[in-house]
Design a protein around this ligand. Structure first.
Ligand code: GLV
Length: 397
């Protein structure tokens, strides 16, 4: 496989981030890029990866790397899953469908957020690969039950239950940018903030052509229809998931359940006892409770508690293929990444071909996240036993 990346402007995720900053209105960019309060955890997630160094073995032939793995018994082309990112359709037209399509073409799984702009049926139809449905209980139990049924009928293969949103994260950038006011659709309140939309006319035009969306089609509130964007903060606060909820969710969904938002070994045990099939060590990318420990640092504790009983995934701070390798070295089965792909623009459907050069050209960020180069450098042999591979890192901090 050729390693050439043809666009000189976008080589890595940070390049994509800068491009997103130019392309999107501040309020949309900051929604993706930002975290809660002082963004300590957001930064700490990335720093935890930076603090890990490799101990490579040299002078050993590395003919090729096989990145294939399975998660919940499902084969993936590499240990990466696109994390649920709310409102991807604000970032580019039909954003969730585009991301699911790209993931399917690359042979990896895509997790669709409850708070998405595209209908879950359309997202499942857009992907030729594995799709998971992330569940919030916004809109109440009946609303969640109907989404679960729709997800089952549409072919979603796992349910991701997010447990770290008892309240909405205190996102200071959103407050400064007037998210609440812009969503209120009350002209006087909106006025001080509309300029950030008007100064990005290309984005604004594509947003309007895409329907100017302000509703969540997968949150169908009985008797009312799709939930409005303006109601999302209150709805999230009224709809926290508790361990007791896992009981009725388990009854309603017979497939695998992934619990996302586990921070500690204690909660990992509770998740397993509650019937989880896999869990994600996640602090919501630093978007919920600021000041919690970075996920990579918590991974050993979680693995020590439940690593022999359940598959443990991780998200938060994944920006490079080498970060994926580090998470695997620490014992994660696979990782989820959200911002890394949300910064990007999806490739045009016609140019997707599942990992060849054309695909790299159209979708260089998918290439930037491939861990095979790093794996090749570090393992230096395809036949290194699993246990030995894990010794090949040094934790500095
Ligand atoms: C939604 O899950 C968000 O983090 O904005």
């Amino acid at each position: 496989m050729s390693r050439s990346v043809q666009s000189p402007r976008v080589i890595n995720i940070e390049d994509l981030r800068r491009a997103a900053k130019r392309r999107l209105p501040r309020v949309v960019f900051d929604y993706i890029d930002g975290g809660a309060e002082g963004e300590l955890t957001l930064r700490a997630n990335c720093r935890a990866f930076e603090a890990v160094t490799f101990r490579p073995r040299c002078a050993v032939a590395t003919p090729a790397c096989d990145l294939r793995t399975t998660v919940l018994g499902i084969p993936l082309s590499m240990p990466l899953i696109l994390a649920p990112v709310g409102s991807s359709r604000l970032m580019y037209p039909r954003g969730e469908e585009a991301a699911a399509r790209a993931a399917g073409a690359a042979g990896i799984a895509y997790a669709l957020s409850t708070l998405s702009g595209c209908r879950l049926e359309d997202v499942a139809a857009a992907s030729k690969g594995v799709v998971w449905y992330q569940l919030y209980l916004v809109g109440g139990r009946d609303c969640a039950l109907s989404a679960i049924e729709r997800a089952r009928a549409a072919g979603f293969s796992a349910l991701v239950v997010t447990i770290d949103t008892p309240v909405a994260g205190l996102r200071e950038r959103d407050m400064r940018n007037g998210v609440k006011e812009l969503l209120s659709r009350k002209l006087v309140g909106m006025l001080p903030f509309v300029n950030q939309l008007l100064t990005k006319p290309r984005w604004l035009m594509s947003f309007l052509v895409d329907g100017g969306l302000m509703k969540f089609p997968n949150v169908a509130i009985p008797g009312q229809g799709p939930m409005l964007y303006a109601d999302v903060t209150t709805a999230l606060e009224q709809s926290m998931v508790s361990w007791d909820d896992l009981g009725w969710i388990r009854e309603a969904w017979s497939g695998p359940i992934v619990i996302k938002g586990v921070h500690t070994g204690d909660d990992a045990c509770r998740a397993v006892d509650a019937g989880a099939d896999a869990l994600v060590v996640s602090n919501h990318g630093g978007r919920q409770l600021d000041g919690v420990a970075p996920t990579l640092r918590m991974l050993p504790e979680v693995l020590a508690s439940v690593g022999d009983r359940i598959e443990v995934l991780l998200d938060g701070g994944i920006r490079r293929g080498s970060d994926i390798v580090k998470a695997l070295c620490f014992g994660a089965r696979a990782v989820l990444a959200g911002r890394a792909y949300a910064y990007g623009q999806p490739p045009h459907p016609d140019t997707q071909s599942g990992g060849n050069d054309k695909c790299h050209h159209a979708h260089p960020h998918a290439y930037a996240m491939r861990p095979d180069h790093h794996l090749g450098m570090i393992y230096q042999s395809q036949n290194v036993p699993e246990r030995k591979k894990c010794e090949n890192y040094t934790r500095d901090a």
